[in-house]
Design a protein around this ligand. Sequence first.
Ligand code: DOR
Length: 423
Amino acid sequence: MLLIRNAYLIDPASGTEGIRDILIRDGYFAAVGTSLEAPAGTPCIDAGGLTAAPGLIDTHSHFRDPGFTYKEDIHTGALAAARGGYTSVILMANTSPAVDSPAVLADILARGRKEAVHIYSCANVTAGMRGLQLADLPALAAAGAAGFTDDGLPIMDAALLRTAFTAARGLGLPVSLHEEDKTMISQNGVNGGGTAAKALGLAGAPREAEISMIERDLAIAVETGAPVCIQHISTAEGVELVRQARRKNPDIHAEATPHHFSLTEDAVLRKGTLAKVNPPVRTENDRLAIIRGLQDGTIDLIATDHAPHAASEKEKPFVQAPSGMIGLETALGLALRELVRPGCLTMMQMLACLTVNPARFYHLPAGEVRVGAPADLVLFDPDAEWEVTAPFASKSDNSPFIGEKLPGVIRYTICRGEVAYKQ
Ligand code: DOR
């Protein structure tokens, strides 16, 4: 048993906001109320001054395991998640081998079950992520796939994608899509035609590479009625396309990453390869359009795209260095700094994108503080500030935010009623 006293509870699933005690028994929420009693000797956390929310859920993390465990593995990824306030993480499937067989998926899920937070995984849409033929989606669903994705790569064959959408709809699982048409991209990770690309003498990744893929895929999503997620959206035009398409298929969803709502292309000039990411961070107009998308619900998921890379890889020249940045440990702080403090989103709206929205879309038993629900909770001080420094709990430290001050100190992450992280 565990009693949490005097927390300021924000639970977007129920709309609850106010000071509450929370009693946890046998891994589940047993009571939520005021002046709760517990038997003598029950461990108690005095949460006065802290905000309590459902444990955060990330729909987009790369734990690199199997295949690239020098960057991250399931254990260090889970530690990074817990330190960031996350109690559920959905892994991407661009591992080696790729997650295109029930055996690889079952191994990841079995090892994930040993961690202090919930580890889910997507499986691939196409065999070997080669984009040529579908993986065995029903078998992968039966083996526990949370959804399907070839993230890191677009699916260029529209007919194949259409078949995948229809199958995924039948299985009731989302397909999440990396929207960059490779044929338009000379060098990835920097905004094509923009100031940073020009300064680096690169053509970069033009916005049309994203816009054209989103347009095509949303048309197929509307036609098939499939549950589809547009990942890590980076362009104002992409946001508008999602806004329109959601009117025709409400099961279209979209992710905003903390870096796309926090950074613009000048970060590439200041931070070099640490700000190299696919799709790239773009202009202030794009950043503001993503925030407007979050405000009106067009974008309903905040997802990290936690993408660890070794220092030796990020030290390479810009064109050779891999794209991506870690994100689990800085996501809540960036959301508070960039979305809540400036008044763009209420705390309730912001937390909905990190809790109940991802839980509902991916059918996870998580994302709400309700009697009988699994006791996954984060307790944080929204006013206290901390400085982002290496080392991280993650095995990698490729963050462009090192040295910055962020609000929101996470004091406890509680998963299945147990303390998974304590500051
Ligand atoms: O920058 C990125 N890195 N974007 C992705 O979609 C994949 C990721 C990775 O796997 O490193």
